[in-house]
Ligand binder design. Structure first.
Ligand code: ASP
Length: 439
């Protein structure tokens, strides 16, 4: 059995955190491949090393003196090395980095050094082999991840390496230059390594005990989610509940490897298990609640709309022409409503209205702003009578006016539109009815 373990920045922010990580890895012989992030924040006022690197490289790029900034970054690593009483030094590495910065080696190269250096320290601390991600993770000329080439090279490399550290976040382009994933991309590296190692589990260690039923900034001490399917997770993360980089799901999902989100600061907690499918019943009828504020509802009315073939297509074309993506589209007999992101729509509203007039000739176009969407997600809803009823009675009791209802045909989610001002109360009310009263 092989487990791939990825540790996020806050799990590796200091020597103390490194020690916790060391204990976790040593506690389980099967934790053979380790994917570290760069050192994150040690406290809320601190700066992530990745951000320090971006700022430092910006100076280099402008031809300004960046030495002080680079030394501050080196200090972060030296304090980890000293705290762990390791014998290595990063002096040579920093000379190379400084030289490469002067040569303007690129912003991706700069950002990737956070993971690269942390990987060197981690390998030394654990006595594992260090594998530079640039030699095993590949992108094509356009910067898209090259899954086939990576899987071939990486799985061959891992097959001959008993225990290794592969830094997260970066790989290389066909010409050998370093390229990074988008921010938070170490999660993706972990998933890629898990697939290549044919792992039985991808453990993603962070600073929370997995996914929570609701946002802790809205609901006090929400319950953790023990088991969640990929599809449920996708629904929730789309609505803003994110514990994992979105793209991290694909490699392991393809290979049928579950992800376990764990907490470095509470290693005894089970965390959340993310699986393709499960017959385990969720603890509550719902798995999770998430949502976002800032939507506009564009209502388009036209008499006899329903009998006009092609009306919806023409109306939607008006949004497409203006590059506006559509969130939801509840419809009635002579009316359809299109939910769009307010921030995206505001600057283009008049263009969209004129495109709508030109293409679809509606009778009335009405705009309503400052709406929020709340998604109630759960594989258990399908087999439970009265779920929607309970949601709406909870909202009614909380004096919340429901502006829109949309239930996906998969019955995996119910989306509710409320006013921005009611957003938090709506989530609290739904959480209370399902979780606090355990209905
Ligand atoms: N260090 C990178 C970032 O801050 C990647 C990661 O931590 O996953 O985005």
């Amino acid at each position: 059995m092989v487990k791939v373990v990825k540790f996020g920045g806050s799990s590796l922010a200091s020597a103390e955190q490194f020690m916790k990580v060391g204990n976790i890895i040593r506690a389980d012989e099967t934790r053979k491949y380790v994917v570290p992030s760069a050192p994150g924040k040690r406290n809320s006022k601190d700066t992530k090393v990745t951000d320090m690197l971006y700022a430092c490289y910006a100076l280099a790029d402008e031809g300004k003196d960046f030495r002080v900034q680079l030394m501050k970054i080196k200090d972060r690593y030296d304090s980890i090395i000293n705290g762990l009483q390791l014998k290595i030094t990063l002096d040579e590495e920093f000379k190379t980095i400084s030289q490469k910065f002067k040569e303007k080696a690129g912003v991706d190269y700069a950002a990737s050094r956070g993971e690269y250096l942390n990987g060197i320290i981690m390998a030394d601390y654990l006595g594992y082999e260090f594998i530079d991600a640039a030699t095993v993770i590949f992108f094509d000329e356009d910067g898209n991840f090259d899954a086939d080439k990576t899987d071939k090279v990486l799985s061959a490399k891992l097959a001959e390496t008993e225990k290794a550290v592969v830094p997260g976040f970066y790989g290389s382009l066909p010409d050998g230059t370093v390229h990074t994933f988008s921010r938070g991309g170490s999660d993706i590296t972990g998933s890629i390594v898990a697939k290549a190692a044919r792992a039985s589990m991808y453990e993603n260690w962070t600073d929370v005990s997995g996914c929570l039923v609701a946002d802790p900034r809205i609901v006090k001490d929400p319950e953790p989610i023990r088991v969640i399917t990929y599809r449920e997770l996708r629904e929730l993360s789309y609505m803003g509940a994110s514990v994992l980089h979105e793209d991290a799901v694909f490699p392991v999902r393809k290979a049928g490897i579950p992800i376990n989100i764990r907490n470095t600061n509470d290693p005894e907690a089970d965390g959340t298990l993310i699986v393709e499918s499960t017959c385990q019943k969720p603890e509550y009828t719902i798995t999770g609640i998430a949502g976002k504020k800032g939507f506009v509802a564009v209502s388009i009315d036209k008499d006899m709309m329903n009998s006009e073939v092609g009306f919806c297509r023409k109306a939607l074309q008006a949004f497409e022409e203006n590059g506006i993506s559509i969130e939801h589209m509840p419809s009635g007999i002579d009316t359809m409503t299109v939910f769009v992101h307010q921030a995206e729509f505001e600057g283009k509203e008049q263009q969209v209205i004129s495109s709508l007039r030109r293409l679809a000739h509606p009778d009335i176009i009405d705009l309503e702003a400052d709406l929020a969407l709340v998604a109630v997600v759960g594989r258990g809803m399908k087999s439970n009578r009265g779920t929607a009823g309970r949601i709406f009675s909870a909202l009614a009791h909380a004096n919340i006016n429901v502006r829109m209802i949309d239930q996906g045909s998969s019955e995996l989610n119910i989306i509710i539109g409320v006013s921005n001002d009611d957003f938090e109360e709506a989530i609290k009310a739904i959480y209370a009815i399902f979780v606090e009263t355990r209905l």
